[in-house]
Design a protein around this ligand. Sequence first.
Ligand code: SAM
Ligand code: SF4
Length: 345
Amino acid sequence: MLQPETAQPERLAVTPREPLIDGFGRRHTYLRVSVTERCNLRCAYCMPPEGVDLKPRAELLTYEEIARVVRLFAEMGVNKVRFTGGEPLVRKDLETAIAAASQTPGVECVAITTNGVRLKRKARSLRAAGVNSINISLDTLRPDRFERITRRKDFHAVLEGIEAALNAGFHNVKLNVVVMGGVNDDEALDFIDFVKDRSMEVRFIEYMPFQSNGWSEGRFTPWRETRAAIERRYTLVPHPQNAGPSEVAKTFRIADSPASVGFITSISEHFCDGCNRLRVQADGSFKTCLFHAPETTLRDAMRAGASDDELERMIRTALLLKKRQHAPIEELQQLSNQTMTLIGG
Ligand code: SAM
Ligand code: SF4
C-alpha cells in the first residue's frame, strides 16, 4: 500500500504540463475523485430503490493508481481535489489517499464530501492526513424525515459527525442540503437557525434528475424560492467569493452571523460557462461533465502499462469532447444517465 512518505520525493520530480483547456477556453483546475461505489445510506434522490450493481474491488482504482491520477492532473494545473463516493469514509484507510494528494505538488486544497455517518471517528485523522475542507450532506433536521429520505436511521450519527468536524478544527464546514418539494423544502429557515451561531455554510442544492431518483417538476424547487423563504426572516448579504468565474455556489453572508448560505443552482441557472471540474469515478472512468457518460477509462490504460504522456493524451482528447453546456432539463429527464452514487456528485 502506498505510504504517505513515498509521495514526498516525487515533489521534486514534478514536470509541469500544459493546462487543461477545453474547446471553449475553460481551464480545468478541480478534480473530483470517487473512491468507492459503496454507501451506508440509500438516499432516495441519489440511489435507485433497487440499488446499484457494485463492481468487484479489483475493478476499482487502487490508492496507488489514484495517487498517480492526482499527480498527473496536478501536473496539468489541477489545484483542488475532492474525494467523494458513494460514501468515501466506507473505504478503508482513506487517509492514505488523502495524504498522498495533499503532498502532491500543485495541490492546494484537498476536500471531501461525506454523509457524516462515520465522521465522529474519522474527523481528526482526516484533518491530520491533510483535508482542508469538508462538506457534509444532511437534507433534514428531523429524524423521521431523515429515515424516509436515506432509508437508514443514522440521523444522530450525522449530527455527531458535524460536531466532530467542528471540534477537529475544520473552519469551513459546509452542509449540503438537496431541496425537494414536498419533502424538505419547508426546512430552509430551520437550517439557517442550525448554522447561524457557528462558522459554517449551509448550501441548498437544486434537486437534479438522474436515473430512477424520483425527480419530477413538482418536486423541483428553484433556488430563488428557497432564498425568498430565508429572507422572510434573515438578511442575506452577497459574499465577495461570488466573484470567481468557477464558483458554483451563489453565496451570501447571513447578517449578524458568522455563518453563510450558498445556493447551487445547477438546474435553474446553470454555471457551465465557468465550469472547471473534471471527474474520475471509482473504476477509473473519466468524466468531463456530470451529465455526460464517461469519455474514457484511465484504469484500463494504466493497467495496460500506459505512460503518463499516453494518459495525458487520452485526457486531452476526452476534454476536447466536452460540450459547452449540459442539456436543458426537459432532455436531462429523458437521459438514462448513471446514478449520482456512482458518479460521486
Ligand atoms: N456520500 C457522500 C455524501 O452524500 O455527501 C458523497 C457522495 S454524494 C453522491 C455527493 C453529493 O451529491 C451529496 O451532497 C448529495 O447530496 C449530492 N446529490 C446526490 N444526488 C443528487 C441529486 N439528485 N441532486 C442534487 N444533488 C445530489
Ligand atoms: Fe450515499 Fe451520498 Fe448518495 Fe446519500 S447522497 S446515497 S449518502 S452517496
